[in-house]
Design a binder for this molecule. Structure first.
Ligand SMILES: [Zn+2]
Length: 263
């Protein structure tokens, strides 16, 4: 009986912590508040930006800001038009290009976008950069970091976390957040996004880039080019790839649906 009551309470708590992803409607367990996620990620972002070598590539910086701003505006437009205006306040956008040869990019919760110079060597147009920035922004909009932190809290603290009786909750969130965001080797292992999160970010990112006025059809050739580039470091957006072939065929299936978002 006692065990059943415990299970019942667990189920209730999980239900009360449920959210759903904009656009896809997928249900997710979010045990951490938006403000807790934002403060833990901002700490890591500002530490990273202090040590990251700034880019001197003026043309590249302008490109990142131009594409980033358009994707940000399209994302806010989508949220406002779909009854999610309250989510807009979570974003305080920043656009950065850093002098790093890795082929990578990320967007922290809160809309802090960072592109590495190495990625710009591969993208050949604003449309192609929009594929990556759209994908990264989608991770932030879908609160994938919160979901991953929540999963880690449950794994590490179990029932104690569910009862929200953690005495050092913010410390635990910061510690887990460090491995979730994984900025820099000093934080150890980065937890990759799951395949489910990757394909959700692909799908939502294509919608955001289309609303922003970019051509989503370039995504197919872009991912083929990425796949063939065989870079030695594995970028965030390729880290848990559904096989490249699956990703490309999924994107081809999404394309007709994107027509309705075109201006
Ligand atoms: Zn990704």
């Amino acid at each position: 009986m006692k065990k059943l009551t415990g299970l019942f309470i667990t189920a209730l708590l999980l239900l009360s912590s449920c959210g759903s992803v904009p656009i896809t409607g997928r249900k997710q367990v979010l045990l951490v508040s938006d403000s807790e996620v934002l403060s833990s990620s901002l700490t890591q972002y500002s530490d990273y930006m202090k040590s990251a070598p700034a880019s001197t590539n003026a043309k590249g910086k302008a490109m990142v800001t131009r594409v980033g701003k358009k994707i940000a505006a399209a994302t806010e437009q989508y949220l406002k038009a779909n009854g999610l205006s309250a989510e807009v306040k979570n974003f305080s956008w920043e656009f950065n290009l850093v002098n790093d040869k890795q082929v990578n990019a990320f967007c922290m919760p809160g809309g802090k976008i960072v592109v590495y110079e190495g990625l710009l060597n591969i993208v050949s147009s604003d449309d192609e950069l929009a594929v990556v920035i759209g994908h990264e922004v989608a991770h932030a909009v879908a609160k994938h970091s919160n979901e991953r932190i929540s999963q880690q809290l449950l794994t590490q603290y179990g029932a104690q976390m569910l009862g929200k009786a953690l005495s050092n909750k913010s410390e635990a969130i910061q510690k887990i957040g460090n491995s979730v965001y994984g900025l820099g080797a000093q934080y150890g292992v980065t937890l990759p996004f799951s395949r489910k999160h990757e394909s959700e970010a692909d799908y939502m990112g294509l919608i955001f880039m289309t609303i922003a006025g970019y051509n989503p059809n370039v995504a197919v050739t872009f991912w083929k080019k990425m796949s063939a580039s065989g870079s030695t470091s594995v970028p965030e957006f390729m880290s848990t790839h559904p096989s490249d072939a699956t990703r490309i065929s999924d994107i081809q299936k999404f394309l007709p649906e994107l027509e309705k978002y075109k201006k």
